[in-house]
Write a protein that binds this ligand. Structure first.
Ligand code: FAD
Length: 376
């Protein structure tokens, strides 16, 4: 164990961000505690975050979790945006240099289980049904009150607290940080359907039905996710095969929010606790995994004070990109829609423009990890 492994670290939240932080610390000799108020990882039927990008695969390659993800995931090789039966954008997402394709599909519950499996190699396991109730910064070290699965209370101090407790982060509130930003007026709806036979698992599409959109994404070999701005979207779906079952459905509002700084003293915010945005571009889970990897590396170098200033520009890049993509697919004004349908195909014929979008989808538009040789 490295000398720095003796620092006590509490990770609040065992979602993809918290689990990644734990794994990246554990493989460097730390013994973090990971607590989560839920009883276990996200259920497998709730696909939630689907897109695993090339940057995440690079970051998870030292722990070999990327190999495990590649065994289970489907590569999104072709992506299309269609408006009124006319193809505006057609992208071959394999045309990105490097070891990985731009984007792969794997339901969040699977990714979480792979991370938990890798973590068990270091004898670290999430403490389920254990929540942070209070956190105080009055003493030299963050002072935390935990409510455990049997109802008992534990009060303890930690050298470092990583807040990976999601969009409604209790830790963020406890340290007095706001979560400024705005929300889109309209809701988004999604439903996953299982078919009686296999469908193309390598193809994704956004169909602009102005005003509104219906997106189609592969979840598994025989499951597709449809996501839409229209409450009645299910009646408009042209299914590629007979439906065996509707596996999962949900609706949500899109917020664009971020903290002003990602740390206060020895408390560090990562993932949805620090930033939330639209799922357009599939960046949410990936950005949280990036935060976690950078934070673990900086802690191991004794440079965690640099975390906030190093990560904030990446957060701002992703928020800007996802807002632009979301505006493009949720337009209402007929004039803007006509203009978009004229301009977008022309722009995407410029190779540099498509390549720039692909770099974003791959996650390569944020700083590359200096601790991984040859990383893009
Ligand atoms: C319906 C839906 C669809 C989505 N689709 C996509 C998508 O297509 N692409 C994409 O990139 N993203 C998507 N997301 C977002 C994605 O799921 C998140 O970006 C990602 O889960 C963030 O991971 P995280 O670990 O930071 O937070 P979370 O996954 O929210 O994990 C936070 C964890 O903290 C725990 N916790 C909370 N409070 C406490 C406490 N006080 N004490 C202890 N534990 C606590 C929670 O139980 C939870 O397990 C979707 C989200 C939803 C809900």
């Amino acid at each position: 164990m490295s000398p720095s492994g003796h620092r006590s670290i509490l990770i609040v939240g065992a979602g993809t961000t918290g689990l990644t932080a734990a794994l990246e610390l554990a493989r460097r000799g730390f013994r973090p505690r990971v607590v989560d108020r839920d009883a276990g990882p996200v259920p497998l039927v709730e696909s939630r975050a689907l897109g695993v990008n090339a940057r995440t695969l690079t970051l998870l390659s030292p722990s070999r979790v990327s190999d495990a993800i590649l065994q289970e995931a489907h590569q999104l090789k072709r992506f299309r945006i269609v408006s009124k039966n006319r193809t505006l954008v057609s992208l071959d997402t394999t045309r990105i240099p490097g070891a990985y394709g731009a984007l792969y599909a794997l339901a969040q519950g699977h990714t979480e289980r792979l991370l938990i499996g890798a973590l068990s190699n270091y004898e670290v396991a999430p403490e389920w049904k254990t929540s942070v109730e209070k956190l105080s910064l009055d003493a030299a070290k963050p002072h935390v009150t935990l409510r455990k699965h049997d109802g008992s209370e534990e009060v303890a101090s930690f050298d470092i607290v990583v807040a990976a407790d999601g969009a409604h982060s209790a830790v963020r509130r406890a340290i007095g940080f706001g979560f400024p930003g705005d929300a889109l007026e309209s809701s988004f709806y999604l439903a996953d359907f299982r078919y009686t036979r296999d469908i193309d698992p390598n193809f994704a599409e956004i169909n602009l039905v102005d005003p509104g959109m219906i997106g189609r994404l592969p979840v598994e070999r025989d499951v597709l996710r449809y996501i839409s701005t229209l409450a009645d979207f299910e009646s408009r779906i042209v299914h590629p095969a007979p439906v065996a079952e509707r596996v999962w459905a949900s609706d949500f509002r899109i917020h664009f929010r971020h903290v002003e700084a990602m740390a206060k003293g020895s408390v560090f915010l990562a993932g949805d606790a620090a930033h939330i945005h639209s799922p357009a571009g599939a960046r949410g889970m990936n950005l949280g995994i990036e935060d976690a990897c950078w934070l673990a590396w900086l802690i191991s170098e004794g440079r965690e004070a640099e975390y906030s200033s190093l990560r904030m520009p990446a957060v701002m890049t992703v928020l800007k990109q996802t807002r632009q993509l979301t505006s493009m697919i949720t337009m209402h004004n007929p004039l803007s829609i006509t203009l978009r349908d004229l301009v977008v195909p022309v722009l995407f014929r410029i190779p540099a423009f498509s390549q720039e979008l692909l770099r974003g989808v791959s996650g390569y538009d944020t700083p590359s990890p200096p601790w991984i040789d040859g990383a893009q």
